[in-house]
Ligand binder design. Structure first.
Ligand code: ATP
Length: 237
């Protein structure tokens, strides 16, 4: 059967108040159940794109449909389908792991469900740390808490904004394993990265974004061949 689009982005434009055109008409379809990597250098527009889809940034033009809901017309329903793992580490340092994840679920209007919170914590190997203050955890564990928070309301789509920026090799492998396990559970994954190796390791399909435009969308293997020839000209690391 043909792939089912779970995220459909059409003609997405963003011009900031400064006049900077961060997105210049982005079209993108992400398929249900895939891992999609958005690969691009600093300032390409990755965070802006995620911000629009997650309702943190207002688009100048264009449409975004997330799991059947138009974010502009039906924001709450669309947002409930989306989990976001931001670039920064968790800020609620004095909160316990359990409370942070339980609270996050409540933010999306989901009913209290302690069994669900436990399931999420166990899936991320955080159950033993449930009573720990987030500030006392290692960097790797803090990242797991961010993922647990993002999954607390059972989204069908998970965005990871540069999930391995600044993490060591071991933790990077750990993150990759976790992301693969989530996909096996049926979550569609969209991650942004600067690293070609990360896109190559993780993704089924890769979109390359540069200066606010998607310049290539390809199945991974096809793209790796092309990038071999063009990576210098688009300035990727
Ligand atoms: P990075 O990898 O550094 O996070 P990115 O691909 O996520 O980069 P964005 O953060 O989306 O890129 O930024 C895209 C462009 O928009 C950049 O040139 C940035 O300076 C600009 N930009 C981002 N936010 C704003 C803002 N609030 N006002 C004006 N310009 C902005």
């Amino acid at each position: 059967s043909p792939p089912r689009p779970i995220v459909s982005i059409k003609g997405l434009e963003k011009t900031y108040a400064s006049g900077h055109r961060a997105l210049k008409g982005v079209d993108l379809e992400v398929h249900a159940g895939e891992i999609f990597a958005l690969l691009g250098p600093n300032g390409a527009g990755k965070t802006t794109l995620i911000g629009i889809v997650c309702g943190l940034v207002r688009a100048t033009a264009g449409t975004v449909i997330a799991d059947g809901h138009d974010i502009a017309q039906d924001y709450r329903a669309a947002r409930a389908k989306i989990g976001l793992v931001p670039q920064e580490l968790a800020t609620d340092m004095f909160e316990t792991v359990w409370h942070a994840v339980n609270f996050s679920r409540g933010l999306f209007g989901k009913p209290r469900d302690h069994a669900k919170v436990e399931e999420v914590l166990r899936a991320l190997s955080l159950w033993d740390k449930r009573n720990a203050k987030i500030g006392a955890l290692s960097g790797g564990m803090k990242r797991r808490v961010l993922i647990a928070k993002a999954l607390s309301h059972e989204p069908s789509i998970l965005f990871l904004d540069e999930p391995t920026a600044g993490v060591d090799v071991e933790l990077r492998r750990d993150m990759w394993d976790m992301v693969r396990r989530l996909r096996e559970q049926g979550v569609t994954i969209i991650l942004t990265t600067h690293y070609i190796e990360e896109a190559e390791e993780m993704a089924d399909r890769i979109g390359v974004i540069d200066q606010g435009e998607i310049i290539l969308i390809e199945e991974k293997h096809a793209l790796m061949e092309k990038l071999g020839r063009t990576r210098i000209t688009i300035g990727l690391k």
